[in-house]
Design a binder for this molecule. Structure first.
Ligand code: AMP
Ligand code: MG
Length: 495
């Protein structure tokens, strides 16, 4: 196959197909199914620029046709990727049932990004699904993924949402849409489970090599590549889940097919941010057991990494007992790695650059009072930042309870032991304590209006979420939590 990289189209497409070079068992050719009336609902001009694409060439009708799947960008060679996954603990063969990888866009700086259409029609992996997506959930993924990106958390990005002019049948008829997703890759823990289930050691080895080359190039000359991969993914996932914890993000459906080995947040379904701090928070209507509750995310990440390790066992060592022992030794480090990253997040949130023995306990004490008083997670930390700015102990009782008052005094004493200047403390706290998160009621409001064809609220929300650390009059209305005593927020899986 002739390399595509010498053909640069007017819109800037620079698509390559390295994943398609992997054994055929891992992917299948498929093409998007055209839709009735392509329309461009939202388009991420800034991201287009970062990818080396021309926003002007893509903003109009031509973009709508491309992002709806009616016209392929120059150099596209669409495939559906095969993968498996443990869904709520149960193993299933899956694959891209409604998504297609058009190719890998090589950005001007040389970095490679998957360009995927989600909702582009049936594929060989669709099983009983229609291959389609509804507008609401695709916009939701757009908003939430871009919000995480602005918060500095690794994530897939959203380039566009196109409307289809068709309806999709869920519990009710809903407007259809296609999301264009950008990812550093779509290789999942479930991709390795799929490869391992095929029982072909060479194929599994080529997937390991490919993944290292793409995401862990420094480990390509490791003595044991499979082990290096496991350790690399473990490190990035420990950090990622700690970053989620630092902003109150609940992924909602951490099945192994929804965990990217790149360490990016992927597959936004029933995800949402905490309002009141409560580790037991679950948003997904189908997560009745609380498997994917906020406080359970590190344990689930560890569980998922164990599935990755199992898949890699044939490559870890020719002696299976030794391989299992190596896997167990690597996995045993997860809790400590997670705690390391989580402690770092907590320290930053409290303005502490230096590590002291009792820091985590101090943070836990605050979280404990916030939990019992139902304090708003985001606003409490934003208020603490403000209290450093103003030099006064803030009355956090509006957030729920005087229990926080004596704690503040202790925290001030601890801050006093920091060698940093007040300005540095403030800068650190500002960078760790967002003032705006995608509040559920704000997201719902924007989605509802968009469903009626009015994107004003959506664009305003996206603009505010792009600068989550800057407090100002323009985003004040987005910092308010939902009214107390309302129904608990629920997200639904009808995607
Ligand atoms: P998700 O819930 O989006 O992570 O998807 C889980 C699995 O179901 C993946 O293999 C998807 O490709 C597949 N899937 C979800 N929705 C559909 C649909 N409407 N049509 C076909 N496959 C789907
Ligand atoms: Mg998924």
């Amino acid at each position: 196959m002739k390399p595509q990289s010498d053909r640069k189209s007017a819109a800037g497409w620079q698509l390559e197909h390295s994943y398609a070079g992997l054994p055929e068992a891992l992917h299948t050719r498929a093409v998007p199914v055209p839709v009735a009336r392509p329309g461009l609902a939202v388009f991420n001009e800034q991201l287009a620029l970062e990818l080396g694409l021309d926003p002007v060439a893509l903003a109009g009708e031509s973009g709508a046709e491309i992002f709806a799947g009616n016209r392929l960008p120059e150099g596209a060679e669409p495939i559906a990727q095969a993968y498996a996954g443990h869904q709520f603990g149960h193993f299933t063969n899956l694959g891209d049932g409604r998504a297609l990888l058009l190719g890998e866009q090589v950005a001007p700086d040389g970095s490679r990004f998957d360009l995927q259409l989600k909702g582009a029609g049936r594929t060989p992996y669709s099983r009983r699904g229609d291959g389609r997506a509804a507008l609401g959930p695709m916009l939701r993924e757009y908003v939430l993924s871009e919000a995480l990106h602005a918060l500095g958390i690794p994530t897939t990005r959203s380039l566009a949402v196109a409307t289809t002019g068709e309806e999709v049948a869920r519990e009710e008829l809903l407007p259809g849409a296609v999301l264009t997703r950008i990812a550093s890759s779509h290789i999942r823990v479930g991709t390795f489970e799929y490869a391992a289930a095929l029982g072909d050691r060479a194929l599994l080895g080529s997937l390991v090599d490919y993944t290292l080359g793409r995401h862990y190039a420094d480990s390509l000359d490791a003595e044991n590549r499979a082990l290096a991969l496991l350790e690399g993914v473990l490190e990035r996932q420990a950090k990622l889940v700690a970053q989620w914890a630092g902003v109150g993000f609940v992924h909602g459906v951490m099945n192994t097919d929804n965990m990217a080995v790149s360490g990016e947040t992927i597959d936004y379904g029933p995800c949402a941010f905490l309002d009141a701090y409560d580790p037991a928070t679950v948003f997904s209507s189908i997560d009745r057991g609380g498997r994917y509750a906020f406080g359970n995310q590190p344990a689930i990440a560890h569980w998922n990494l164990t599935r990755l390790a199992e898949a890699l066992v044939p490559l870890l060592h020719t002696d299976q007992a030794k391989a299992v022992e190596m896997a167990e030794r690597a996995l045993a480090r997860f809790p400590e790695r997670y705690e390391f990253f989580y402690a770092g997040r907590l320290r930053s949130k409290l303005g502490l650059r230096r590590a002291e023995e009792g820091d985590v306990a101090l943070a836990q004490e605050l979280l404990g009072s916030m939990h019992s008083s139902g304090a708003d997670f985001t606003n409490t930390f934003a208020d603490l930042t403000r209290s450093v700015e103003s030099g006064e102990l803030l009355d956090l009782s509006v957030q729920g309870g005087s229990a926080v008052q004596p704690w503040q005094a202790k925290w001030r004493v601890r801050l006093g032991r920091e060698p940093a200047e007040k300005a540095e403390v403030m800068a650190l706290m500002r960078s760790a304590n967002p003032v705006v998160i995608p509040r559920n009621h704000r997201v719902e409001e924007a989605l509802a209006a968009a469903g009626e064809g009015d994107f004003t609220a959506m664009h305003r929300l996206l603009a505010v979420l792009a600068r989550p650390f800057e407090a100002g009059p323009e985003n004040e209305a987005y910092r308010v939590g939902p009214m107390a005593g309302g129904e608990p927020y629920r997200t639904f899986c009808g995607t």
